[in-house]
Design a protein around this ligand. Sequence first.
Ligand SMILES: C[S@@+](CC[C@H](N)C(=O)[O-])C[C@H]1O[C@@H](n2cnc3c(N)ncnc32)[C@H](O)[C@@H]1O
Length: 301
Amino acid sequence: MMQSDLQTLIDSEEITFSHIPVLSQEVITGLNIHPGGHYLDLTVGGGGHSRLILEAAEDVKVTAVDQDLDALKAAKDNLSEFGDRVNFIHSNFANYHFPDNTCDGILADLGVSSYHLDNADRGFSFRNTANLDMRMNQQQTLTAGDIINEWDEKELADIFFQYGEERLSRRIARRIVEKRPFQTTTELADAIAYSVPPKYRHGRIHPATRVFQALRIAVNDELKVLETLIEKAPLALVPGGRMVIISFHSLEDRLVKHGLRNSPMLKVLTKKPIIGGEEEISQNVRSRSAKLRIAERVVAV
Ligand SMILES: C[S@@+](CC[C@H](N)C(=O)[O-])C[C@H]1O[C@@H](n2cnc3c(N)ncnc32)[C@H](O)[C@@H]1O
């Protein structure tokens, strides 16, 4: 094990993962879990959904993937009672070698976990001062700081516009380039706030919100890996096997909607995305923007 992995595991002893899985009943029904089945949880996080899958029927097995070592450690602790019914894999799901025709169901609960957002050190949120990091996989080299401090103005404006749907992308990019280098999340958020008109500065959401979303997507190449996932994963399903994907913003949901619909291996079972009910939303803020879509592997391709 590399020294950095070891340090991460030691450090992560201090931190806790929240285990409130979003749309949990809908995920279990969507996956159509049956005894002895093999399910692939591509985003195991703290293991909340995996636990429900393992408990849903006799002798179910789960392959649990995550690119974040902190998440894998939390999931291992949370799921230890299931012993060798769970196999843990540290990988980006886009690089995972999907086994042909062996899975009864695949789950992807996309994006970052509340652990990532709440854990100041990871640099995902501007609520706390932290280095501009935002890597889900701590072994990756590219950080948000590299993008902000090194990419040229046009590239920055493009990602703010494409990944953050930020109307003031050019103006914000210009200001960032004038004021850089930036070290921390809060320095960057303040500079963004001062680059926009006062009306916008005191609006419903913090003016840095969209830029932070854009940076996170760029650092983790989130749209590209999602495309790869939708292309590769259906092959791993047995005929009749289900794929359930939960997305959290419109760019992802659009990709999921079209990707599932255009796959010759899949039949889409959800005309419209499934969203959380009022009760769930009041208990779990993350579910407010969650959209779940389900598709089934067709028999012949
Ligand atoms: C929303 S959380 C999952 C929470 C989990 N379903 C639970 O119930 O605890 C998303 C997790 O997926 C991981 N993740 C996101 N993108 C990934 C990718 N491309 N490959 C592997 N893991 C990824 C993140 O590190 C994070 O731990």
